[in-house]
Design a protein around this ligand. Sequence first.
Ligand SMILES: Nc1ncnc2c1ncn2[C@@H]1O[C@H](COP(=O)(O)OP(=O)(O)OP(=O)(O)O)[C@@H](O)[C@H]1O
Ligand SMILES: [Mg+2]
Length: 451
Amino acid sequence: MSRHESKFIQDIIKDVLNKLDPKYINVSTHVVGIDPLVHTISDFISTATDDVRLVGIHGMPGIGKTTIAKVVFNQLCYGFEGSCFLSNINETSEQSNGLVLLQKQLLHDILKQNPANINNVDRGMVLIKERLCHKRVLVVVDDVTHQYQLNALVGDGSWFGPGSRVIITSEDERLLLKVNRKCHVKELKRDASLQLFSWHAFRETKPAKDYVEVSNDVVDYCGGLPLALEVLGSCLSGKNKSRWKCIIDKLRKIPNHDIQEKLRISFDKLDDHKLQNTFLDLASFFIGRNKEYVAKVLEARCGYNPEDDLGTLSERSLINVNASGNISMHNLLRDMGREIIHKESPNNPGKRSRVWQCEDAWNVLSKQMVITKCIHKCSFIFLFKLLAYNYFVTLLNFVGFLGNGSGRGFSAGCQSIRKEFIKHRIIYKDEMLEVTPNQWSTSIWALQTAF
Ligand SMILES: Nc1ncnc2c1ncn2[C@@H]1O[C@H](COP(=O)(O)OP(=O)(O)OP(=O)(O)O)[C@@H](O)[C@H]1O
Ligand SMILES: [Mg+2]
């Protein structure tokens, strides 16, 4: 029998089995670019061994973790005595008795009978151990955000019978410490991105002839994020070219609401305000900067070493730190962070907690005549005492702007400001001495220690 025939027969068998006992999970009709990762995971899971294996899938929001888990589940679920796909763990476990409901679903899907009454999570844990310890099962736990969710549903995996497999998807790499295999989902490559976008915009695998250039613009904007390609493809579908251009233009200024809402969930999930603030600082000022430099500036502001915060943000796939220590962030996450700041005061940049655009800094300062005069007079200490925290940022942006060559006649004033900084020792451990004017905005917090 040829390979093709055997695959065909396998598909028929699976189809019949699914009709008798439906298990398949619905997956988007046009899935692209994930075959290599799906193969890696399927091979690892399918290897015949008696140990219980845990596989972790992690990556930034909207990158396709759940989609990959679904595809693997659909391929392999009939090879096990029982299988269960627990979706959106985080959302469900926040409902009242949510974890108990998930435990019931797990028992029900595998045993095919309604479980005995479960009153609380601890009882559920005991039942899962008792009833499933001899069964060879495939369980997917999708979108885990806390360790207690894993503890309640799969423990360390040893609750299940020999040869069982557990797939965990999470944005938080720290929850995957005990897995046997960890897979990081990366952005889609360009070809796959264009294919996915075209599918949603034109129901074709390539853009329509007249739309190639504008489609490429959108694909660039999406940076390989399937969520964004899907949302924007659907949003542009059926519109004429001039509307496409307007929408793309607008996107560069105001990010798409649906994408933002989805991405914002991961920002809201950050444990505390300090971590959220660090994320916003990074999105505003530190992309492309070295981790050590960022840590020094942030330490002066927060009063503690932010190394752990940077590690947490990286583990949650919100930032990347490359081998040389430079920080980067997906453009759409950056835009999400900046949009949060923008919304603090949409019409008045001076009232926002951070200002990163020269135009905004200029506008704020040119409206503040007192400040501008102060710059001329260089009564700097007085000026700083007058300024609210957000004007620190603004002012330094302004200084950076002036020192950047677009001086409008103020560069001399800039130099005086710098001299004043040095004279009054408003310099954090001499670090500022090395900072060029256009970097000042990022170093502003270091100055606070002087007041
Ligand atoms: N490889 C892909 N091909 C086609 N569509 C995809 C692909 N990956 C993801 N998608 C689509 O993008 C959207 C987001 O994908 P998915 O829900 O799998 O991401 P996620 O990483 O699980 O997100 P979250 O972190 O929010 O749970 C879905 O609508 C999905 O159908
Ligand atoms: Mg998901």
